[in-house]
Write a protein that binds this ligand. Structure first.
Ligand SMILES: [Zn+2]
Length: 295
């Protein structure tokens, strides 16, 4: 099997004219194909290919002598003429199948956790729905009902939903629109009972706004929190029967408690959110984001 290097990200791959599993790049232009063909074990020892890969990763511009480019061009032209469309088609089909597989795994994990998510072919919509359902399920498991939901509970649900949505879209290989101000209102709106008068909605929004801003700032901007939720979600999706959901519930509870402190103390003396903020630096104390869940 031909050992090759992805000319975009430098990852090792097999076959010169194949797509890259790491970055999804599929060489199509003549130049990309020439370089893809050049950087194979037909032309370099593997140790040299690894060095070339490192150079690409560190952003170095690679150049081949013109004679070498010219020497490879006929083979590339022939390759493009005969197999270009076939290879690109096969690659696309392969990616679509992998995506469907990921999607099915996500749906199965959600179902195992008692969460039903509407099936739609739109990835962003799918992830938004799934994330909203995850947050709602967490709220329900913490005894938050539609009637008892306070502004901060809703906001915390929004925070968890945003992080969940980001995680899910990453898994599906699609990207979200900038989320703050877009996704949260969309998710929160999907939780409200239908038919509320616009004036009531406006008032709810106005009341929730300061809490929203503060909680969002506190929790959304912490790479540690985002990482933790993603990690817990990933574990849960991989093993829905494990304790992933329990951890997610306790995490949600912790955010909810801190959000209450943010609201009642005006954000001036907040131990836990302060710990969260400072925990983004490695020297600072690390907040226990997954405390023992009461038996
Ligand atoms: Zn790549």
């Amino acid at each position: 099997m031909t050992v090759a290097v992805c000319v975009r990200c430098g990852a090792r791959k097999f076959g010169a004219f194949t797509g890259c599993e790491s970055c999804d790049f599929f060489p199509k232009t003549e130049r990309d194909l020439i370089y893809s063909l050049a950087f194979t074990d037909h032309h370099f020892p593997v140790s040299e290919l690894d060095r070339i890969g490192r150079d690409i990763r560190t952003g170095q511009t690679l150049g081949l002598p013109k004679e070498q480019e010219d020497a490879l061009r006929p083979a590339v032209k022939e390759q493009m003429r005969m197999f270009g469309a076939v290879l690109a088609g096969a690659w696309k089909k392969d990616r679509a199948e992998k995506k469907n597989e990921t999607r099915s795994r996500i749906v199965a994990a959600l179902r195992a956790g008692g969460i039903n998510v509407a099936s739609t072919s739109n990835d962003i919509q799918f992830c938004t729905n799934a994330a909203a359902q995850i947050a709602l399920a967490l709220m329900k498991r913490n005894g938050v009902t539609q009637e008892s939901a306070t502004a901060e509970a809703t906001v915390v649900g929004g925070v968890v939903a945003v992080i969940a949505a980001e995680h899910l879209t990453e898994r599906l290989g699609c990207s979200l629109e900038p989320v703050v101000g877009g996704l949260v209102p969309a998710i929160v709106a999907s939780w409200l009972p239908p038919g509320l008068p616009a004036a009531v909605l406006d008032e709810m929004r106005a009341r929730a706004a300061p809490t929203t801003d503060q909680v969002m700032r506190t929790y959304r901007e912490s790479p540690q929190i985002v990482g933790k939720v993603s990690q817990v979600l990933a574990g849960w999706l991989a093993d829905p029967a494990g304790d992933g959901l329990t951890r997610l519930v306790s995490f949600f509870e912790q955010i909810l408690q801190s959000a209450r402190v943010v609201r009642t103390e005006g954000g001036k003396k907040i131990d836990s959110s302060g710990a969260v903020r400072s925990s983004t630096t490695s020297a600072a104390p690390v907040l226990d984001l997954a405390p023992a869940w009461p038996a």
